[in-house]
Design a protein around this ligand. Structure first.
Ligand code: GDP
Ligand code: IMO
Ligand code: MG
Length: 407
């Protein structure tokens, strides 16, 4: 049975969650495979808006088993806040499973994230300050604590205490305020007890599902150009959002992956520092921010905006083995007189643009390819032709029903 992966093809916030929600209808499990609560995944259903950080975006469907895979770093206060909020809105999280191998985020990771950023001064990455980088560092240093560790509460308490004392030294060395170890131990005794029933051997569980021919959907957070290896280092996140990370972060081998969907906006955005060749710093950029509502779900920061960069998309196709694209937020360009797309870079590395006429038509109610204005269809066709893989879904609005099946 095919396994589908959804990967951001730009710098995040491409509308992955909306596509996950759309595809979830025909899958049995939705599995997060990396990142943590730095993600902000929005699904809009009628008048309801769900902003998910850790819980897989398929949770809105009663038939879906939501899984937090081994590659994720889990912030327990956020996880339980999210569960409580969803359940308060009538969405059950009872089927949620958290990999015993997933690493946990602790308050010292958040302190260190802020201290490292402050130390970088003008060179700061602009992280979400959620402790993601420090948590993955501890994983790589082999001193992290994992979800499965909560099952032995006495040993867990001891390990939390020792970890806190250890990290306090680094926090103090950086001029920060050390944490009260006993308070953290008490807090995590409670959080750990609440986590215990959700902890599972998700690798085994997912393989049993594959043996039953269930269809699995793997949900990427962040994106290709925030990837620790393939992104614009050091302005990246500390995990591997690319398709290879979906294998590592779930324990599902590469030969199972059959459909790898790259998500791209019809333009480009980026939150935080780092290169952005097609960035618009003029009023056109402001217009994209306004119409696209380009403010971060997690941090509220204004997203930097610019034109779509097909050179990057072609690279994303290669790195992820993308089989198709979903092109979101086409409606945001509805009022532009002309629309630009970067097709290549010149010898100095500056973007070279194809200039297309705008369609100047509201496409937000369009569900049918034939009802799209010709200029909008030409835009999608250009992307398809230049990138070399089919566009399957075109987003025409934030709501669940606002899309066109392209091919
Ligand atoms: P993700 O992190 O990739 O899941 O994306 P986010 O949820 O952070 O940001 C995407 C934003 O665009 C959300 O507010 C979505 O509701 C919204 N959105 C998704 N698809 C479309 C679309 O086709 N058109 C418009 N106008 N908004 C969209
Ligand atoms: P979703 O899943 C957009 C960015 C941060 C920063 C860099 C490193 O919603 O697409 P981190 O806190 O991860 O160490 O920050 O990565 N970043 C995101 N940008 N969307 C996200 O997630 C992001 N998650 C992290 O802004 O530049
Ligand atoms: Mg987001």
């Amino acid at each position: 049975m095919p396994v589908t992966v959804v990967v951001g093809a730009q710098w995040g916030d491409e509308g992955k969650a909306k596509v996950i929600d759309l595809l979830a209808a025909e899958h049995s499990h939705v599995v997060r495979y990396q990142g943590g609560h730095n993600a902000g995944h929005t699904v809009v259903v009628g008048t309801e808006r769900y902003a998910l950080q850790l819980i897989p975006s398929g949770v809105l469907y009663p038939h879906i088993v939501p899984v937090i895979g081994n590659g994720v770093v889990v912030d327990l206060p956020t996880l339980f806040r999210e569960i409580d909020t969803l359940e308060g809105r009538g969405i059950s999280c009872a089927k949620l499973k958290v990999s015993s191998q997933a690493h946990l985020i602790f308050p010292w990771h958040q302190s260190l994230d802020a201290l490292y950023e402050a130390k970088r001064g003008d060179e700061k990455i602009g992280t979400t300050l959620k402790g993601i980088g420090p948590a993955y560092s501890d994983k790589a240093r082999r001193i992290g604590l994992r979800a499965g560790d909560v099952l032995d509460s006495a040993a867990f308490a001891e390990a939390v205490r020792a970890n806190c004392v250890y990290h306090n030294r680094e926090i103090e060395g950086l001029g920060g305020e050390s944490l009260d170890a006993e308070a953290v131990v008490a807090q995590f005794a409670e959080l750990g007890a609440r986590l215990a029933p959700y902890v599972a051997d998700t690798v085994e569980m997912l393989h049993e599902a594959l043996d039953r021919d269930d269809a699995l959907l793997l949900e990427g957070a962040q994106a290709t150009f925030l990837d620790l290896d393939h992104g614009t280092y050091p302005f990246v996140t500390s995990s591997n959002p690319t398709a290879g990370g979906a294998c590592v972060g779930t324990g599902i081998g590469p030969r199972y992956l059959t459909r790898i969907v790259g998500i791209t906006k019809a333009y480009a955005t980026r939150v935080g520092s780092g290169p952005f060749a097609t960035e618009l710093t003029d009023e056109l950029g402001d217009k994209l921010v306004d119409i696209g509502r380009e403010f971060g779900t997690v941090t509220g920061r204004r997203r930097r905006c610019g034109w779509l960069d097909l050179v990057m998309l072609r690279k994303a196709v290669r790195i992820n083995s993308l089989t198709e694209l979903a092109l979101t937020k086409l409606d945001v360009l509805d009022t532009f007189d002309e629309v630009k797309v970067c097709t290549e870079y010149d010898a100095d590395g500056n973007p070279v643009y194809a200039v297309l006429p705008g369609w100047r038509t509201d496409i937000s109610a369009v569900n049918d390819i034939d009802a799209l204005p010709a200029a909008a269809r030409d835009f999608v066709a250009l992307v398809e032709r230049e990138v070399g893989i089919p566009v399957k879904i075109v987003g025409t609005g934030a709501e669940r029903e606002s899309y066109v099946i392209w091919s």
